[in-house]
Design a binder for this molecule. Structure first.
Ligand code: NAP
Length: 520
């Protein structure tokens, strides 16, 4: 291994041994690879059915006491975690890069998001989960309190592309809400989850509350669902459907964050000095292995030639490479399978008439799974990448004549995860946003503005799922609602002399009278 690709001391064998002890697993070893070189990174024990049973039992036993703890004390764990993430950012970036192959700068965006989220959740958890007094059926005579109780054991199944963000970030809301976690990270990115768990334990989380299990998704995934009270899943739409079906058998709730085919609209009045670098970041961050990634650009004819020329030129200059330093703009794809899929999509589109304006080929000299950021145009509707998610550094540019045409093309997808609009006219951009069937819309930004706004809940539309990430909803979604209504003085039905017609008249008068009260 050459210098930049050599494993840093944070991933020394003794350190990896220590991390591995966080796995609830006694089964056969499973290997992971270092995408920078394609060589083995480490071996991890997998989880047997007995391991899964024991992990679920430990988590449930710990959850009982955790749920009884005052929410302020639980939330304090989140507040302490932010500082630990910032302090240990070097080790976190090393492990994220080692498992995903992404460039260091792209790995850092994961830390930023989780660091923002820990603080937000730490601050809002107590008030969000506090019991609320609500108006009752009969003013004064019905007293209503609504309580939020944790669901118990939350199953978390997370993917490899943003392992810290989608593992630790999503798990944290469930934990602070008073639940325990049975977590199956993607087989390639277990170490990132283990390091995240180690940090949150250091921040004060009782260790048994977060159990990490390992093994092939098709076996361990269903086993996690079968032992959980609710499931948070992020991954492909195809697997999401299987997860939803499995969860439905036991009638447990699911939160599904699935695939996308995200469009960007460049209006004629867009500031191209900002739109060009913004589009490059939106298309090629984490080598396009980002669920929010833009794979379709619809640009107004008036600026199409200028935008396309500048966008392709900046893309041409991107430096692709592998290593733990800051020397590269774009890192590696994570696996040989990803590389094959990206290459297939481009080869298929070109064979059907698409033109390559930049990239369009693997770069084995940069790393075994590296692929040049690729700009296509004239992609026919028969090409696979026209509708299917590529999940790689490939974008298709299509000139359009009007906003209406841009909206029609952007909306012509079964997915609805993220969309981006560039325009100098805020009102026109907001009006366009209202017409797009997407859970997130970024105006004059590609994806980070909405994703980084952790106060706002996000989730996909259509085949992109419909989860509850970020915002207070992330906490509320992993709780059960319990409404306790206490009736005092008079009963809710007919009473005393108020029976039949006189009861109906009384209640009609009461309904009219309570209109003077706020919110009634
Ligand atoms: P995937 O194949 O669906 O895998 C995701 C996770 O599910 C992995 O941990 C996997 O385990 C596990 N799994 C596999 N089969 C399973 C089964 N039958 N039951 C339960 N779990 C199972 O996803 P991917 O292709 O690796 O990830 C990329 C996809 O995720 C893309 O479509 C991307 O858009 C989407 N994604 C969406 C978001 C979002 O927020 N909407 C964010 C990130 C990624 P193993 O891999 O260990 O087998």
């Amino acid at each position: 291994m050459d210098g930049q690709r050599a494993l840093p001391p944070t991933l020394a064998p003794a350190r990896l041994d220590h991390l591995r002890r966080g796995i609830s697993g006694t089964g056969p070893l499973q290997q992971t690879l270092l995408p920078f070189t394609g060589e083995p990174l480490t071996e991890l024990p997998t989880s047997t059915a007995d391991d899964l049973d024991a992990a679920a039992d430990r988590a449930r036993a710990a959850q009982a006491g955790w749920a009884e703890m005052p929410t302020r004390e639980r939330a304090a764990v989140g507040l302490r975690l932010q500082e630990l993430i910032l302090d240990r950012s070097g080790a976190l970036l090393d492990v994220i890069q080692a498992e995903t192959g992404k460039a260091r700068g792209h790995a850092f965006t994961e830390l930023l998001e989780v660091a923002l989220l820990t603080r937000f959740l730490g601050l809002v958890t107590p008030a969000t989960l506090a019991p609320r007094s609500l108006p009752g059926a009969l003013p004064i005579f019905t007293q209503v309190r609504q309580h939020r109780t944790p669901v118990g054991l939350v199953g978390l199944i997370s993917p490899w592309n943003y392992p810290f963000s989608l593992g630790v970030g999503d798990g944290l809301a469930a934990l602070l809400a008073g639940n325990a976690l049975l977590h199956k990270p993607d087989s390639q990115t277990v170490l990132t989850a283990l390091l995240g768990r180690e940090l949150i334990i250091e921040a004060g989380l009782p260790a048994d509350l977060w159990q990490i299990v390992v093994g092939p998704g098709g076996e361990v995934g269903p086993a996690v669902i079968d032992r959980s009270d609710q499931v948070i899943f992020t991954g492909s739409t195809a697997t999401g459907r299987q997860v939803a079906e499995r969860a439905a058998r036991r009638m447990i709730k699911t939160s599904l964050e699935l695939g996308g085919k995200n469009p960007m609209i460049i209006r004629a009045d867009a500031d191209l000095d900002r739109a060009v670098p913004g589009a490059v970041a939106a298309c090629f961050s984490s080598a396009g292995q980002l669920c929010e990634s833009i794979e379709r650009i619809y640009v107004h004819r008036a600026v199409a030639a200028d935008f396309t020329r500048r966008f392709a030129a900046v893309t041409d200059r991107l430096v692709v490479g592998t290593g733990f330093g800051d020397d590269y703009d774009i890192g590696s794809l994570t696996s040989a399978g990803q590389l094959a899929k990206v290459d297939d999509h481009v080869t298929d589109a070109v064979a059907l008439g698409a033109r390559v304006l930049s990239g369009g080929r693997p770069v084995p000299e940069a790393g075994p799974y590296c692929y040049r950021p690729t700009v296509l145009t004239d992609v026919p509707s028969t090409a696979r990448c026209y509708r299917e998610e590529t999940f790689g550094p490939v974008v298709a540019i299509t000139p359009v004549e009007s906003d209406d045409e841009a909206v029609a093309l952007a909306a012509d997808s079964e997915y609805g995860l993220n969309a981006s609009i560039w325009s100098a006219d805020a009102r026109a951009a907001r009006a366009l946003a209202a017409r797009l069937p997407s859970g997130k819309i970024n105006i004059n930004d590609g994806f980070a503005a909405a994703y980084g706004s952790v106060h706002a809940s996000i989730g996909g539309w259509g085949r992109s799922g419909g989860g509850h990430r970020h915002g207070r909803e992330a906490l509320l979604s992993v709780t059960r609602v319990q409404t306790v209504a206490r009736q005092v003085g008079v009963p809710t039905g007919e009473f005393g002399p108020f029976r039949g017609l006189s009861y109906r008249r009384l209640m009609s008068d009461v309904l009219r009278a309570v209109r003077i009260l706020p919110g009634r």
